[in-house]
Design a protein around this ligand. Structure first.
Ligand code: NAG
Ligand code: NAG
Ligand code: NAG
Ligand code: NAG
Ligand code: NAG
Ligand code: NAG
Length: 367
């Protein structure tokens, strides 16, 4: 498994001449889940990867997720020095899928012309992405949620393109949405409206993953990748959560609303001090982001209960992370995907029941 991955990396890493091993700590761990179990003949561990969209840690992005912190972080390990390869959705997600740095997978930005889900990406890096190797090891693989920002668009092979390696595929067309979205369900278009009970996307991802677990074959391990839209804009919370965090405001510390006159050109752009309308907008965005995360917190709890009921909890690695961070008001007003250090921290949490999950002592997880 590891050998296959390194091989793939080595042939593609022209610039560096070595596999982009440090690029994705997760892949190292995923590899271990599979490899460690094999020689003994025990069934390899199941793996669940939950990938949030634009969730920060620096501004308290994990604060509303009390259940996730208790069930995964506190019961397992938190990687406080993990950084995303780049704080831009599509290149970062492409790195998660391939284990390659952006200069190797050559996805430059969130546009088709920058290789985001382009046909060259599909012919190249995507055809060597890690689900393929898990699938070859008899993992039953399931994807639900946002994939890559341009996925499913006409110029990128539309919804009929299902990336190799996935047994079950429920992927969002385009960028994060909560309602009124289109999915590719195993290559067929499926349109959704805005009924909370039928369509709320975070809940739909949870529900479909439960069905997959019911239908799976217990003889073989499974891999689930769940990629909810939260807490990305348009920040549409579930109805029962829309009044939460009423008094919460975007944190005013650090570089919040600080003049950037002597800084990099990007930091000199915002009006300073910010007008009240901007401050109100930021506080509102901050609250709504937290509200949307409550449904993701429910997702984690529901999944763990399910694993317990099907007796797989003690043989499943669960990873929780984000493609990149975010900021509300710190120097750049509000932007999801800027190249500023505060955004790089994804801080994954990981749990595997019964066995300690620790970062390797050589520090290779703090890439
Ligand atoms: C994305 O990258 C391509 C290739 O470098 C470039 O032509 C295009 O303008 C970029 N798009 C955006 C929105 O930056
Ligand atoms: C897109 O990726 C391909 C390789 O998959 C590369 O040849 C091409 O230069 C990349 N395009 C851009 C704009 O970087
Ligand atoms: C969904 O689309 C319908 C029809 O265009 C529109 O009336 C409704 O407001 C949309 N709902 C949301 C949550 O955007
Ligand atoms: C998800 O399942 C729950 C429990 O069966 C149900 O109440 C809810 O309406 C479902 N939501 C979606 C979006 O499928
Ligand atoms: C902005 O809000 C502050 C505090 O709420 C208030 O004191 C101030 O007068 C407001 N400024 C404007 C221009 O409305
Ligand atoms: C998990 O627990 C079940 C009983 O609940 C046991 O049979 C199984 O061997 C355990 N698996 C591992 C990997 O510990």
């Amino acid at each position: 498994m590891a050998g296959q991955w390194s091989g793939a990396g080595a042939t593609r890493s022209r610039q560096t001449g070595r596999p982009a091993a440090a690029a994705l700590a997760l892949l190292t761990l995923l590899t271990c889940c599979v490899r460690c179990a094999e020689p003994t003949g025990i069934k390899p561990s199941n793996i669940i990867l939950i990938l949030a969209d634009d969730q920060d840690v620096e501004l308290g992005g994990m604060t509303p997720m009390k259940k996730t912190k208790a069930l995964i972080g506190d019961a397992g390990a938190t990687f406080v020095n993990a950084f995303t390869v780049t704080p831009l959705c599509c290149p970062s997600r492409s790195s998660i899928l391939t284990g390659q740095y952006p200069h190797n997978h050559e996805v430059r930005n969130n546009s088709l012309s920058g290789n985001c889900s382009s046909s060259l990406w599909q012919k190249g890096p995507e055809s060597e992405a890690f689900p393929i190797y898990l699938n070859k090891q008899k993992y039953q693989t399931f994807f639900a949620g946002k994939y890559l920002n341009q996925y499913g668009k006409k110029d990128g092979g539309d919804v009929s393109h299902v990336p190799p390696g996935w047994d079950q595929w429920h992927a969002l067309v385009g960028n994060s949405q909560y309602y009124n979205y289109t999915l590719s369900v195993n290559g067929k278009e499926e349109k959704h409206g805005d009924s909370y009970e039928k369509d709320y996307f975070t809940d739909l991802i949870t529900n479909r993953s439960l069905h997959f677990l019911d239908d799976r074959s217990p003889q073989h391990p499974f891999f689930l990748m769940l990629s909810p839209p939260a807490p990305h804009s348009p920040w549409t919370a579930a109805p029962q959560y829309q009044k939460e965090f009423n008094t919460v405001k975007a944190p005013r510390d650090g570089s919040f609303d600080k003049p950037g006159k002597d800084k990099h050109w990007l930091l000199r752009q915002p009006v300073n001090p910010m007008p009240n309308s901007s401050l109100n907008f930021l506080d509102d965005a901050f609250r709504k982001r937290w509200q949307t995360l409550l449904s993701v917190d429910d997702m984690v709890e529901t999944l763990l209960k399910k694993l317990e009921s099907i007796k797989e909890l003690n043989n499943t690695y669960i990873f929780y992370t984000s493609d990149n961070g975010y900021h509300t008001g710190s120097s750049l007003k509000h932007r999801p995907c800027s190249h500023h250090s505060g955004h790089l921290r994804g801080q994954p949490v990981c749990r595997e029941h019964g066995r300690p999950v620790l970062p390797p002592p050589d520090g290779s997880l703090s890439a």
